[in-house]
Design a protein around this ligand. Structure first.
Ligand SMILES: Cc1cc2nc3c(=O)[nH]c(=O)nc-3n(C[C@H](O)[C@H](O)[C@H](O)COP(=O)(O)OP(=O)(O)OC[C@H]3O[C@@H](n4cnc5c(N)ncnc54)[C@H](O)[C@@H]3O)c2cc1C
Length: 401
């Protein structure tokens, strides 16, 4: 039986594990965290990602965990609405999608979908990878070892196994920090994704979830990764300094970040790996092509990538050369979709993070005229999700899809 090691249990990892195990491959998943990571904010599944969910029979399970977000509203410092884009516009390409779900909830849906044959190892990561004549020998952090025909690296943007196998890959920094956290829901919160664009290249946002809390997000432009290496307490202090004087709900967000335990601070960068496979090892999801939340569609691309990789691997003759050919087919199929997602419109993300008060006023005027303006077109480009515009590759006959 073809043995597959998947590293990373977020979105891409469990999706490919489920699809491959259903094809009779012998799948082991290792995740660095001690348990499935529940953190993360509202993410959406769109375009071809939605088609993958449908084929996996998971559309209803995802819809059942909908965050309840009714649309996106730009607000000013007093909380008054500047403009709004409701989800029921019927176009499925606005900032709020029909299938909105917390990242942790999507991960759980995919893990629950895995057959019992999948083996799970939490609190473990890869420390060494050696290609042999007979597959790849992997050493883990607990000193155990294993031999695998295929290693799928789905470890996200900062993947250590990717570095182990391929060295450093190009990363394009977007010049923006994003800080996410969960804060208590209060009476002023509603079911809109409310976004404040403030002078000083700062943005603040509040989103509803289906767990009785509110998901908060602060973004700001920076010249470099100035928070790198800081601990959570220092990061909180620096966020406080950076958002000093911004009104609206920002003081509450900062207090909530101080009191919460899930603050996640990200220096946004796109991963531009020149190739996604090396020997028996293949990159998948953010580890291969992180587009960042600014690029949008990261979860959808992870689902499509998992499906395409699983389809080509399952259809191969399962010889070593056949498996390597499947990697190449997967990369050929996915590259155009990823290139398109990474090709941000000019001025993004700076356009939506003006430095001056005048710039903010101009942004708000643009947001008001969103139906016609370049703002809307830019928004569509970065929120529309990956649209392959061609058939997904087939699984072997009798695969049940
Ligand atoms: C905790 C968390 C919160 C997130 N929050 C948001 C959000 O709010 N908004 C948003 O747009 N995107 C968020 N993301 C990113 C989003 O999940 C991805 O962009 C997208 O879904 C693609 O997922 P992925 O599975 O490729 O990678 P990721 O979701 O990044 O998952 C990678 C997984 O690999 C694990 N891992 C890392 N290194 C190793 C290793 N060496 N060995 C084994 N396992 C390893 C990580 O713990 C993680 O579970 C978050 C990711 C995580 C992990």
């Amino acid at each position: 039986m073809t043995s597959v090691l998947v590293t990373g249990a977020s979105v891409a990892g469990p999706a490919v594990a489920s699809l491959l195990a259903r094809q009779g491959l012998d799948v082991t998943v290792v995740e660095r965290a001690d348990s499935l990571r529940q953190g993360g904010q509202n993410i959406d599944v769109r375009g071809t990602g939605r088609e993958v969910l449908r084929r996996m029979g998971l559309e209803d399970a995802v819809r059942a965990r909908n965050t309840g977000e009714v649309g996106t509203r730009f607000v000013d410092e007093s909380g008054s609405t500047v403009s709004e884009i409701p989800v029921d516009l019927g176009e499925n390409d606005g900032p709020t999608a029909e299938l909105e779900i917390l990242r942790g909830a999507l991960s759980q849906v995919l893990v629950d979908d895995c057959p019992d044959t999948v083996a799970w190892c939490f609190g473990t990561h890869v420390t060494d990878v050696v290609e042999t004549d007979d597959g790849t020998q992997v050493t883990f952090s607990d000193d155990s070892t294993g031999r695998f025909d295929v290693v799928v690296v789905a470890e996200g943007v900062g993947s250590a196994t990717r570095e182990l196998v391929m060295g450093e890959v190009e990363q394009v920094e977007l010049g923006m920090y994003s800080a996410y956290g969960t804060i208590p829901r209060t009476d002023v919160d509603d079911d809109w994704w409310r976004v404040l664009v403030a002078p000083g290249s700062r943005q603040a946002a509040l989103r509803p979830d289906d767990e009785g809390t509110t998901r908060a997000n602060l973004n700001f432009l920076a010249d470099g990764p100035e928070l790198a290496g800081l601990g959570p307490a220092q990061q909180r202090a620096r966020l406080r300094e950076r958002f000093e004087g911004v009104g609206w709900e920002v003081p509450r967000i900062l207090d909530g970040f101080d009191a919460g335990d899930d603050l996640y601070v990200d220096w946004l960068r796109q991963v531009r790996a020149p190739r996604w496979h090396e020997g028996d090892v293949c990159l998948l999801g953010d580890a291969a092509w992180c587009v960042t939340p600014v690029g949008g569609g990261g979860a959808s691309l992870a689902l499509v990538g998992a499906y395409v990789l699983a389809a080509f691997l399952s259809s191969s003759d399962r010889s070593r050369d056949g498996l390597h050919d499947a990697f190449a087919q997967y990369e050929d199929w996915m590259r155009p979709l990823v290139d398109e997602a990474q090709d941000l419109p000019r001025g993004v993300p700076r356009l939506a993070a003006p430095r001056t008060r005048l710039g903010v006023q101009a942004f708000r005027l643009g947001a008001r005229a969103a139906g016609l303006s370049p703002v809307r077109r830019a928004a569509q480009k970065i929120t529309g999700g990956p649209q392959a515009g061609r058939e997904l590759p087939p699984f072997p006959p009798a695969d049940g899809f």
